[in-house]
Unconditional design. Structure first.
Length: 130
């Protein structure tokens, strides 16, 4: 009598990996200072109370997702079509249009957004850019 071989169980194929795309608007805000202007609308022009407002604003922004930032009236996030001060010429190719975030009554930060990162270009404490 010959020995019968018991078949080994077949290896199951791994399930395909599904890539989940999360909207950039559902990501928490991050900030970059790499593209800040060198000669106008500088952070060094801000006074003590203005800096207090800016720090408070960054704390609120850092705990928020972009969807909420874009709709919260306190931030007044918007696109600036015709700024009075042109952005520096050395901005990267992904720069499209300047965006504004309200810090105080006249204080604003301007920059552009790529994904979750808002790259600051101007710290405007006198409302000069727009």
């Amino acid at each position: 009598m010959s020995k019968r071989k018991i078949p080994k169980p077949k290896k199951q194929n791994k399930l395909p990996v599904c890539e989940l795309h999360i909207s950039d608007d559902l990501l928490k805000a991050q900030f970059s200072f790499k593209w800040c202007a060198d000669n106008t609308c500088l952070l060094s022009e801000w006074g003590g109370r203005q800096l207090d407002k800016l720090i408070y604003c960054f704390k609120r922004l850092g705990n928020a997702i972009w969807r909420d930032i874009k709709t919260d009236r306190k931030f007044n996030y918007k696109t600036i079509d015709y700024p009075k001060i042109n952005p520096p010429g050395n901005l990267p190719p992904d720069f499209i249009k300047l965006k504004s975030i309200e810090v105080g009554e006249i204080e604003r930060i301007y920059g552009y957004r790529t994904g979750a990162v808002f790259s600051i270009v101007f710290f405007d404490c006198k409302h000069q850019v727009c």
